[in-house]
Design a protein around this ligand. Sequence first.
Ligand code: FAD
Length: 297
Amino acid sequence: MKTELLIVGAGAAGIAAALSAWEAGCRDILLVDRREKPGGILPQCLHEGFGLATYGMELSGPEYTDRITERLAHTGVRLALGTEVLKVRGDRTAVLSDRGGLTELHFERLILAAGCRERSIGSLPVAGTRPAGIFTAGQAQEMMNLRGQDLGREVLILGSGDLGLIMARQFVLAGKHVIAVIEKESRCGGMARNVRRCIEPYRIPIRCRTTVSAIHGEGRICGVTLRHLDSGAEELLPCDTLVTALGLIPDRELVRGLGDPDWLFLAGNCHRVHDLADSAVAEAETVGTRVGGELAV
Ligand SMILES: Cc1cc2nc3c(=O)[nH]c(=O)nc-3n(C[C@H](O)[C@H](O)[C@H](O)COP(=O)(O)OP(=O)(O)OC[C@H]3O[C@@H](n4cnc5c(N)ncnc54)[C@H](O)[C@@H]3O)c2cc1C
């Protein structure tokens, strides 16, 4: 099999890159995603806050997804969902896996739009075991919003970036008690608009200059030791759920070791983490236009 342009990841960035490459004249584009639905992270973001720059109004993640995927239907871009790219080689071949098995694909250009990964609790020097009840914020969001799962009742959020703030509100709206958002810096890490919308109306405490130094519990987490970074004092905080929002890392695993070949392009969160989908889309459009122009028929 072969294609002129292979795009890995059908999130906001991959879709935007595909649309722009098509508009620039490339007529052989394969857009693949391991998920069964397009949109990447967006379908699990049920809150509003997407699309102000592009559409002049605030949309939810699923609404934003609908707007961009709808445009794909008017192009000849081939969308392959449930398809994972397992390997990319320097000779411009990729190994794809879907329900039918493995396929080797030759491509002329590759746009990697594979998104990012979440830093886990394992990246921190925290004592204790890792019992059940510890989730990354993205995992928690997916489990609650896409699978309707109930994760716990007494919740601590570790990390006050946007993801932590959004999840704090989500737990409150689900009827849970958010004990606090824990932040090691002296101020909250998230956007001011998220503090206004997600924290202040629900009076969720943000405890700056503190961190979790130990996790307690056999089987299920039952509490953490909270360390005050300025005084060194420690206190025990009971909880049954710990949600970590420790930052996002661009996911370029698929092309690690390939160097910087002239056929490889990065777009969206795998290039750099974008706070706003509009910004990931704008970057991907530039990449798509450039690559599509090179491949125009
Ligand atoms: C919780 C959260 C809340 C946010 N809130 C807002 C907000 O309110 N407003 C706003 O504008 N922005 C918000 N953002 C930011 C915005 O959602 C992102 O910047 C943007 O959606 C990133 O798009 P992306 O396409 O780069 O990545 P992703 O959406 O992560 O898409 C990457 C895709 O690549 C696929 N993929 C990866 N590897 C492979 C592989 N090997 N084979 C096949 N497929 C693969 C993945 O399955 C995924 O679908 C939020 C982000 C998060 C995480």
